[in-house]
Ligand binder design. Structure first.
Ligand code: GLA
Length: 432
């Protein structure tokens, strides 16, 4: 079966390369050759190889039940290498250890960052004779358990990646978990994995709910508490069915290190506020802060808006080369406190008027966070009031500016002159 699929993949990729161009290659990467090959009228070629889904995906499973409880009661915080390295050689055990060291020495662990996660390309393209995934010996000469042990030794958690398909997403990627859920989950648990990101490429058209539940059940069967991150890019509206499957689900396609990508994702994630809560979060993808494609003002907006949306805060830049400003943004405890607030309410949009946005987020102690976000290319005065932001009637309110770290008082108006692409964020309390 695997051989057939690989042959089909190669033939279909060739076909796509010759006749259909990059768009088709992307679809093959995402869905696997089976579905795309159908569209390319090579169905006959495919029928024998892919008509039956892998055995484990066909098996019946116990009814929905959550993973061992208590995880991700606030959005996961940590690091993932993908946005900074993709599959380049610099992604290796030295990098992972270096990030764990910096989490401690730069105060990021203290600020709440816990998970140090590997993305695609950590393994070899083939399983071993026993069907086990094999760490790439160039990148991880001491194996995955050694690097997990190192991370754990720093008081941190360790995460890994695979795909709910026959192969992972990158063309130099490795065999995916579809049909191997039980043994892959066991292997991860044996290594001491605390977090699994489960991608969607080469899924052979098998139903997403079924694929993601099968891995959930396999993780649960290991008995190890593992945060389960569903990464199917919002294609199957996971916010409607995944709250008892995973702890977080991607809501969109991949972010890139640009203002337009960040704002586009923001606009798709904002309307999903009702679906987020403790243990089940919308995931608008990992942070780009520090990767160089946006200004520091734009990165402050990115970090503010992700925190307002109770998004997972997974650092996506190589901290070994971080500027002081990057570390200041990522280490802003006042803003992180919004993301990590115990109530777990994603911000909602109060107003949006020609690129001037006001967002409000209810907090556990009765305070409200208000973000004044300027999407436009000119400085703008953006304003709202404490009452409009949902605070109870009062004579005076305390405003804490979470980037300036300064307090002031207001009788109700919350207003700022916000630079182009900037965001002012306030924590608003009834004055006690
Ligand atoms: C997909 C995911 C990304 C990343 C890559 C790895 O595109 O959405 O976040 O994991 O695969 O190949």
């Amino acid at each position: 079966m695997r051989v057939h699929i690989r042959t089909i993949r190669r033939l279909t990729l060739q076909h796509a390369g010759q006749h259909a161009g990059e768009r088709t290659r992307r679809r093959i990467r995402r869905h696997g050759p089976a579905r795309v090959a159908g569209a390319l009228s090579v169905a006959l070629l495919c029928t024998a190889a892919v008509s039956a889904p892998p055995a484990a995906a066909q098996a019946s499973h116990t009814p929905a039940s959550r993973l061992p409880g208590g995880l991700a009661q606030t959005p996961p915080m940590g690091f993932n290498n993908w946005n900074s390295t993709h599959c380049r050689a610099e992604f290796d055990e030295g990098m992972v250890r270096g990030i764990a060291d910096l989490f401690v020495s730069k105060g990021l662990k203290d600020a709440g960052y816990r998970y140090v996660n590997l993305d695609d390309c950590w393994a070899l393209p083939e399983r071993d004779a026993d069907g086990r995934l094999v760490p790439d010996p160039q990148r991880f000469p001491h194996g995955i358990k050694a690097v997990a042990d190192y991370v754990h030794g720093k008081g941190l958690k360790f995460g890994i990646y695979t795909s709910a398909g026959t192969r992972t997403c990158n063309e130099n990627g490795f065999p995916g978990g579809l049909g191997h859920e039980t043994s892959d989950a066991r292997q991860f648990a044996d290594w001491g994995v605390d977090y699994l990101k489960y991608d969607n490429c080469n899924n052979q058209g098998v139903d997403a709910r079924q694929r993601y539940r099968t891995m959930r059940d396999a993780l649960k069967a290991t008995g190890r508490p593992i945060v389960y991150s569903i990464c199917e890019w919002g294609e199957n509206r996971p916010w409607e069915w995944a709250s008892d499957v995973g702890h977080l689900w991607r809501t969109t396609g991949d972010i890139d290190d640009s203002w337009s990508s960040m704002v586009g994702i923001l606009k798709r994630n904002l309307p999903l506020a009702p679906y987020a809560g403790p243990g089940h979060w919308n995931d608008p993808d990992m942070l780009e802060v520090g990767n160089g494609g946006m200004t520091d003002t734009e990165y402050r907006s990115h970090f503010s808006l992700w925190s307002m949306m109770s998004a997972p805060l997974l650092i996506g830049s190589d901290l070994r080369r971080a500027t002081p400003e990057t570390l200041t943004i990522l280490g802003n405890k006042d803003v992180i406190a919004l993301d990590q607030d115990a109530l777990g309410k994603q911000a909602t949009v109060l107003t949006s008027d020609e690129g001037r946005w006001t967002l409000v987020k209810q907090l556990a102690n009765g305070d409200h966070a208000v973000a004044l976000f300027n999407e436009t290319g000119e400085a703008q005065t953006i304003a709202t009031t404490a009452q409009d932001a949902g605070l109870p009637q009062a004579d005076r309110y305390l405003l804490r500016d979470l980037w300036q770290h300064r307090n002031s008082h207001t009788t109700g108006t919350i207003s700022a002159n916000v630079p182009a692409h900037g965001t002012a964020v306030y924590r608003v309390s009834v004055r006690r």
